[in-house]
Design a protein around this ligand. Sequence first.
Ligand SMILES: [Cu+2]
Length: 116
Amino acid sequence: MPKMYGIAAGVFLMTGGQALAHTHLASSSPAEGGVLAADAKELTFIFDGLMKEATCNAADASGKAVAVLGQAQVDREKVHVPVTGKFAAGAYAMTCHYKGVDGHEMNATVKFTVAN
Ligand SMILES: [Cu+2]
């Protein structure tokens, strides 16, 4: 029995360590709940660690994908997402599926509005 408790504690410590190593969203432009200028050229996500890759998509208030974003560019902790189309006025959410330097795949979402 003592040996089994030891294994359980070891697994707990391992997963705890990995959770601490995850890369999370630190800030964004627009910020969560913020406003994106109608003529904005890009959205930016800034993470708390180095990024490996990211794919970002926008959806309107009903959850329907809107094709207004180009391919995300990773620059160290930043992910730049070019605006290639035109946002109609309304509420949106941009979700980035990304892989941080620790190799874990995660999602980050920022909600914002566009006022024309
Ligand atoms: Cu991780």
